[in-house]
Design a protein around this ligand. Structure first.
Ligand SMILES: *[C@@H]1O[C@H](CO)[C@@H](O)[C@H](O)[C@H]1NC(C)=O
Ligand SMILES: *[C@@H]1O[C@H](CO)[C@@H](O)[C@H](O)[C@H]1NC(C)=O
Ligand SMILES: *[C@@H]1O[C@H](CO)[C@@H](O)[C@H](O)[C@H]1NC(C)=O
Ligand SMILES: *[C@@H]1O[C@H](CO)[C@@H](O)[C@H](O)[C@H]1NC(C)=O
Ligand SMILES: *[C@@H]1O[C@H](CO)[C@@H](O)[C@H](O)[C@H]1NC(C)=O
Ligand SMILES: *[C@@H]1O[C@H](CO)[C@@H](O)[C@H](O)[C@H]1NC(C)=O
Ligand SMILES: *[C@@H]1O[C@H](CO)[C@@H](O)[C@H](O)[C@H]1NC(C)=O
Length: 446
């Protein structure tokens, strides 16, 4: 098992809560407002309050209404009370004493971990969000079912670093506003929870750091997600050919056991994908030139795999690229000068491959510490592989199935090699820019 350098993964570390801000940023910029109801907007404002430690406003109800609902602000909260109290009994380990606050009838004011808002179709105060991040809850059968299905108005359920187990309930689709589900760093195992495919409103799906096995259903890539984190599980399969159909801005497949080639469909994500981590799997073959279509991407990490071939010339079209990691594969040939000339590159790691040449522009980057070419086969540079090592590799040079495509430059004028029509790709609106390196935060469990 390969371990990833702590500094590397911690460098851009963000709390899971902050990752949720991806959506917020978008909302605040008004990009999605057309499709989201005012309710969701409110929820996310409340959510922003909650994750910033502020007090979410608790709408007050007239007293006569309180009598009709047993002293609760609404019948929704009356129902939520029962659900929460039943769940409380199941939590036998609560090192932060969160459940001790779950007493009395004022859920919205007193209960840690629950966020209230008004549900618009009913005009009633309800539990709109759950934030159990870092609570470390445990219990003999800490399942989600009763809680998630009982709180029917949830827009988000965040439970990073607890010991939830079991399955995801099938009728999760009946949670009609559920937009964010974070079950990262819990005790889920077995097959991928197909049930989640029914939650059509999801925009944020985070299953990283569990022990899910087997295959990721291709339909996941058809969900209208902004963020998909499935790193650090035990997925073992060829990556679905539907990968590129995902509208996600942030995609982490790192630290699993994915095999085979990176699907060519990745090019379909050209207008949306900002960061993608394939880091530390068992991917093989050559990189598809379609990776070069990712003109919005700032982070591309294919490090620690078994990929080979040259760097596709299309990579010179990655105009927004900042962090490019190709380390620890079996890439060869020259590092294209046009790639070293990309305007935003701040970290280009090409170490532990079999590259043989770097031109003046690349040498500049080596000098300034942006490009790392240690442990390659470049004559005259320090810290290279031994001649014998290089000779052994080149005596049995792996070739690419679509060798010609390695020369396509889809961003240059008059090129016929680009098989994806720009008109096909220009259908979705441009997402708001997100800060760099967010997805690396997903590589630590908390
Ligand atoms: C939780 O409560 C127990 C017993 O009342 C106390 O010993 C412990 O320090 C509390 N822990 C926290 C984190 O407040
Ligand atoms: C929602 O209910 C409150 C009282 O609880 C009322 O003042 C308000 O007008 C209602 N809003 C709508 C849109 O029905
Ligand atoms: C989900 O399904 C179970 C049984 O299949 C049912 O008891 C429950 O009421 C359903 N929950 C919701 C929210 O529809
Ligand atoms: C879950 O429980 C196991 C065993 O008690 C423990 O080692 C692990 O740290 C727990 N996970 C979390 C996130 O608290
Ligand atoms: C984790 O889940 C397994 C079943 O999948 C269970 O046997 C184990 O006790 C759970 N561990 C914790 C700490 O809850
Ligand atoms: C990498 O691929 C080569 C050629 O396909 C194969 O011989 C080698 O065993 C692979 N290495 C690993 C670690 O999978
Ligand atoms: C550049 O990225 C690599 C991995 O992609 C990391 O190991 C290295 O520390 C980074 N270098 C700098 C200067 O940030």
């Amino acid at each position: 098992m390969m371990t990833i350098d702590d500094d590397y993964v911690n460098k851009k570390h963000n709390e899971t809560e902050q990752l949720a801000l991806v959506d917020l940023t978008k909302l605040m910029n008004g990009l999605n407002m057309g499709t989201l109801s005012a309710f969701l907007y409110l929820i996310f404002v409340t959510h922003l309050f909650a994750i910033n430690g502020g007090d979410a406003a608790t709408p007050s109800q007239p007293p006569q209404q309180m009598l009709a609902t047993g002293g609760f602000q609404s019948d929704r909260l009356q129902q939520a009370y029962k659900v929460i109290q039943a769940f409380k009994k199941k939590v036998t380990y609560d090192p932060k004493n969160i459940t001790k606050t779950w007493v009395g009838k004022n859920i919205c004011r007193d209960y840690k971990g629950f966020v209230c808002d008004i549900v618009p179709d009913l005009n009633k105060t309800t539990v709109a969000g759950v934030n159990f991040n870092g609570n470390r809850f445990n219990g003999p059968s800490l399942t989600l079912t009763e809680l998630i299905l009982g709180l029917r108005d949830l827009a988000f359920f965040h439970a990073n670093s607890n010991n939830f187990t079991g399955t995801i309930p099938k009728n999760i689709s009946q949670i009609r506003y559920l937009m964010e589900l974070d079950l990262s760093n819990n005790n889920f195992s077995g097959r991928f929870p197909y049930e989640i495919l029914h939650a059509k409103k999801l925009v944020f799906l985070d299953f990283r750091f569990n022990t899910f096995l087997g295959v990721v259903p291709p339909q996941v890539f058809l969900l209208q997600l902004d963020l998909l984190f499935i790193n650090n599980n035990n997925f073992r399969q060829r990556i679905s050919k539907y990968l590129g159909f995902t509208p996600a801005l942030f995609l982490t497949l790192a630290n699993n056991k994915f095999v085979g080639e990176i699907p060519r469909s990745i090019g379909r994500a050209a207008n949306t994908l900002q960061e993608v981590l394939f880091l530390n799997n068992k991917l093989s073959g050559c990189m598809p030139y379609e990776l070069g279509l990712l003109k919005k991407s700032t982070v591309l990490d294919v490090g620690f795999n078994n990929l080979t071939g040259p760097i596709p010339h299309s990579f010179q079209c990655l105009r927004k690229m900042e962090l490019l990691n190709l380390a620890r594969n079996r890439f060869y040939n020259e590092i294209p000068e046009a790639v070293c000339s990309l305007p935003g590159l701040t970290n280009f790691t090409a170490s532990y491959n079999y590259f043989t040449q770097v031109g003046p522009q690349c040498r500049k980057l080596i000098k300034s510490g942006v490009l790392n070419v240690n442990r390659n086969c470049i004559l005259g540079l320090p810290n290279q592989r031994s001649q014998a090592d290089c000779a052994r590799f080149f005596a049995n040079l792996p070739t690419c199935r679509r060798a010609k495509s390695m020369h396509y430059v889809p961003c240059s004028n008059g090129n016929s090699g680009n098989q994806l029509e720009t008109s096909d790709l220009e259908t979705t609106p441009a997402p708001a820019p997100a800060p760099l390196g967010r997805s690396y935060g997903a590589l630590t469990p908390h």
